[in-house]
Design a protein around this ligand. Structure first.
Ligand code: HEC
Length: 182
């Protein structure tokens, strides 16, 4: 190996070292970690929040509905029922049982009235007429208790059902507590 060859090799080594340094600088520039102004997972939290909002379908706030329900309006709604029900204390049973003090009463518990098999079966489950039960029943009786003898289509409007329940609640010597906000 002569000196020319040696210097060529030395030059090649120097050149490749230089190239490495230059490449190193360039890549560190391109891939330099950038510190974000805000931590990235603030976005992730928002996304999680959105998902929860979608999963929780809007629910009826019965306590809120009952808090503003109107007894007088409920009495007007109850005109739909008087063909089959009486509401006063000791009132007679018609096609349907007397409804005095029905709120919180055990389902199908009016002595002397002959309930349908569907009602008797539901009574065996120990169901009582709480706010939620009446609210669902009045929406569509035949859906709430399949096979019921109550031939009444139902009341779609939530506020009307709440008013009706407020009226039923008032038909008692000792009106039940209003439902508590959840
Ligand atoms: C066409 C007649 C008819 C109409 C109208 C009717 N009901 Fe009834 N209702 C019945 C019958 C019959 C039953 C008994 C159901 C059974 O045994 O399956 C009943 C049962 C009930 C019960 C359950 C009582 C208990 O002792 O468990 C409630 C509460 C009730 N009705 C409320 C109403 C209200 C409020 C309305 C008006 C919005 C109404 N009903 C309209 C015939 C009727």
């Amino acid at each position: 190996m002569n000196s020319t060859q040696l210097s060529k090799i030395a030059a090649a080594i120097v050149m490749s070292l230089l190239a490495l340094i230059v490449i190193g600088k360039l890549t560190s520039f391109v891939y330099a970690p950038q510190t974000p102004d805000k931590p990235g997972f603030a976005v992730a939290v928002e996304e999680a929040h959105d998902t929860v909002a979608v999963e929780q379908a809007p629910q009826v706030d019965l306590a809120a509905l009952m808090a503003v329900a109107d007894v007088a309006k409920g009495q007007t709604v109850a005109k739909k029922c008087i063909a089959c029900h009486t509401f006063e204390k000791g009132g007679k049973d018609k096609a349907g049982p007397n409804l005095y003090n029905v709120l919180n009463r055990e389902l199908a518990s009016n002595d002397g009235y002959k309930y349908s098999k569907a009602f008797v079966a539901k009574n065996a489950e120990g169901t009582k007429w709480g706010y939620e039960e009446l609210f669902e029943f009045f929406k569509k009786p035949s859906a709430y208790i399949k096979g019921t003898a109550m031939g009444f289509g139902g009341i779609k409007k939530e506020t009307q059902r709440a008013d009706l329940i407020a009226y039923l609640r008032s038909l008692s010597e000792n009106p039940a507590e209003l439902p508590m906000a959840q």
